[in-house]
Design a protein around this ligand. Structure first.
Ligand SMILES: Cc1cc2nc3c(=O)[nH]c(=O)nc-3n(C[C@H](O)[C@H](O)[C@H](O)COP(=O)(O)OP(=O)(O)OC[C@H]3O[C@@H](n4cnc5c(N)ncnc54)[C@H](O)[C@@H]3O)c2cc1C
Length: 267
């Protein structure tokens, strides 16, 4: 059980940041992960009064506040139009609607969980994370950083010409994923993100240019095999690394084919 000595609704992000420097403090998201921990903290810092529960279209950027819920991501028309519903696809199997109404974007990203659908999709969107102290940094860099005492303020998506597909493999519909896969084509560059390895999501680019001449059975095969060779995977109770490697090949191929089909045939 999480025991809290003092609950504080921060009046500014600056106040939240200063309070969270205390070793015995915790920032609250939806508390779905936190409530499972067995620890005692002096201060629990709630960001709920800071207007961070908005998804805003800023013209060439989309800003997503840290307190936006996963359900807001799922049903937001701006995000779904921009991502061709990939954002909905990425979160729709996370437990259930009531859970997704509580779980936040900040809480889902800050822990950089090795099972995260949320980290996978934002990496494929080449998003940026705004930290109060650490500033605006690419999400890839954020994912690789150690966890520090900072506040995740918002996620920033820079709008570019985009095609994206999200897929995951689960043993049962609402369980943690065995593997996640997102393929995006941003400004003509392909990104392939594999998560729930069960390690933090990782990004691959088409450095060898396999897809430069289009999506065909041959080019996809070369791209898939190249990634499968480099991919570091682990085993856990949901699947062995050998199983995950097979699944990775299938999901990358399916996502690429689906992306190409939509781009060329519009369905
Ligand atoms: C049973 C269960 C099943 C799940 N299944 C999946 C799944 O299939 N796929 C998936 O992707 N995820 C899954 N999750 C994770 C879930 O979606 C949330 O990511 C997780 O619960 C944390 O979100 P939260 O808002 O509740 O954060 P909290 O539990 O409140 O916080 C989590 C951590 O983030 C910190 N934090 C929160 N907000 C901020 C902020 N703005 N700045 C700095 N630090 C912050 C907290 O201090 C804490 O350390 C699952 C979780 C549970 C409990």
């Amino acid at each position: 059980m999480l025991t809290i000595h003092k609950y504080i609704r921060a009046k500014s992000i600056e106040e939240a940041y200063e309070l969270c420097q205390n070793r015995s403090s915790v920032v609250l998201g939806g508390m779905l992960w936190l409530k499972m921990q067995n620890r005692t903290v002096d201060y629990a810092i709630d960001l709920c009064d800071l207007g961070l529960n908005l998804i805003e279209d800023k013209g060439d950027e989309i800003h997503i506040g840290a307190m936006v819920s996963l359900r807001q991501l799922e049903i937001n028309p701006i995000l779904n139009e921009y991502t061709q519903n990939a954002i909905r696809e990425s979160v729709k199997n996370i437990v259930g609607v009531q859970f997704r109404n509580l779980a936040t974007v900040g809480g889902s990203l800050f822990g950089r969980y090795g099972f995260s659908d949320v980290l996978t999709i934002f990496m494929a969107l080449d998003a940026y994370v705004e930290l109060y102290h650490g500033g605006i940094i690419p999400i890839q860099e954020f994912a690789a950083m150690p966890i520090t005492k900072d506040i995740l303020v918002r996620v920033i998506i820079k709008k570019v010409p985009l095609q994206i597909k999200y897929m995951s493999q689960r043993n049962t519909k609402t369980d943690f994923p065995v593997l996640t896969c997102a393929i995006s084509k941003l400004n003509n560059n392909y990104l392939c993100v594999i998560g729930a390895r069960p390690l933090k999501a990782i990004v691959f680019e088409d450095e060898k240019g396999y897809l430069d001449n289009g999506i065909t059975e041959e080019t996809v095969k070369s791209f898939v095999n190249d990634i499968a060779e480099q991919l570091v995977l682990g085993s856990n109770l949901r699947g062995s690394k050998e199983y995950r490697r097979r699944i990775a090949k299938v999901l990358i191929k399916r996502a690429l084919m689906a992306l190409d089909k939509e781009a060329n045939h519009g369905n």
